[in-house]
Design a protein around this ligand. Structure first.
Ligand SMILES: Nc1ncnc2c1ncn2[C@@H]1O[C@H](COP(=O)(O)OP(=O)(O)OP(=O)(O)O)[C@@H](O)[C@H]1O
Ligand SMILES: O=P(O)(O)OC[C@H]1O[C@H](OP(=O)(O)OP(=O)(O)O)[C@H](O)[C@@H]1O
Ligand SMILES: [Mg+2]
Length: 282
């Protein structure tokens, strides 16, 4: 059985379970369940704190896990990212009250509050800055107002939390994060069960980002139409009963579907349809 760590709480938990469910795996019914065996798919899910997942995976007791790229880096665990999952996207940034500092170079002698001490300590070291780091579990934005720190380093998604605390970002993002699948560093990359799990998740990612497009067009416009819808490999072309017309079928990025439909229509294509892809293996 493949042993998989899944986040049990926080921003990663809901979307991770939703993606696994879409990939055909059983998910727990109760938020108190700690372990779930899915015998049909030969996997065992362990619901763990997101911050602990890299540690379990690096120990080799669990084969793979879903966590945040920032949490993986912060843990300094001997684990590596093998697939980015596109949710829980955020940046990790410094912020202060306006007028405190212009750049990271001004942090010398200051105190920085964060829940991600590993990332911050490494970044300060790389930047040649001598500042002290204080660990807080959450609500880090309040640390400056309450006099615990001069600067914070925290996850930023929309920037609302920073704005509400009257803080402004300093410097470039320290890193960009999203949910990722991890495994122990140097583990067997070809392990068939792991490969099958990754293919299932990749299938969900593709199904979420692509739609299937079908349309009819005159044969003389085919080359220009195919340039608009090249598909992943190459589009399927079938003859129509009406001579001089062909039917075309290709996957297109969902975000571009409406623009492509407009361009195809301009070209004289008709009966242009898009349909959702529910699952796929590329
Ligand atoms: N507002 C957010 N938007 C997107 N991703 C976020 C957000 N807050 C945290 N994350 C991501 O979630 C992961 C942290 O998960 P964790 O469960 O430890 O914290 P959390 O989601 O803030 O939950 P909580 O603070 O309620 O425990 C990190 O990868 C982080 O980048
Ligand atoms: O840029 P935003 O869209 O405001 O999102 C970022 C905020 O979201 C998370 O906080 P969370 O709500 O998880 O609380 P926490 O600080 O206690 O972790 C994160 O720690 C930031 O505070
Ligand atoms: Mg949080």
């Amino acid at each position: 059985m493949l042993r998989i760590a899944v986040p049990n709480k926080g921003s990663l938990s809901g979307p991770a379970s939703a993606m696994l469910h879409e990939a055909g795996y059983q998910m727990r019914k109760e938020s108190k369940e700690l372990v779930l065996v899915d015998p049909d798919n030969e996997v065992e899910f362990f619901y763990l704190r997101p911050r602990d997942i890299a540690i379990y995976v690096s120990s080799g007791r669990l084969d793979i896990g879903i966590t945040g790229r920032d949490l993986l880096l912060d843990s300094e665990a001997d684990a590596e990212e093998i697939l980015a999952l596109g949710f829980a996207r955020s940046t990790f940034r410094y912020a202060t009250k306006p007028g405190t500092a212009k750049g990271v170079g001004d942090f010398d002698g200051m105190t920085i509050a964060t829940s991600y001490e590993g990332i911050v300590a490494q970044h300060l070291k790389d930047s040649g800055v001598n500042a002290s780091v204080v660990h807080l579990d959450g609500a880090v934005e309040t640390a400056i107002e309450l006099g615990v720190a001069h600067v914070i380093a925290d996850v930023v998604e929309t920037g609302t939390s920073l704005r509400n605390a009257g803080l402004e970002v300093i410097g470039e993002p320290i890193m960009k994060s999203e949910a990722v699948v991890i495994r122990r560093a140097g583990a067997d990359a070809e392990e068939p069960k792991v490969q099958q799990f990754l293919r299932r998740l990749q299938g969900v990612l593709v199904a979420r980002t692509y739609v299937m497009m079908d349309y009819d067009c005159r044969a003389e416009h085919l080359e220009r139409a195919v340039a608009l819808t090249p598909g992943l490999e190459s589009p399927t072309i079938s003859p129509l009963h009406n001579e001089g017309w062909v039917a075309v079928r290709a996957m297109v990025p969902a975000k571009e579907a409406q623009r492509i439909m407009d361009d195809l229509y301009e070209l004289g294509a008709r009966a242009i349809l898009t349909t959702a892809i529910h699952a796929c293996r590329l």
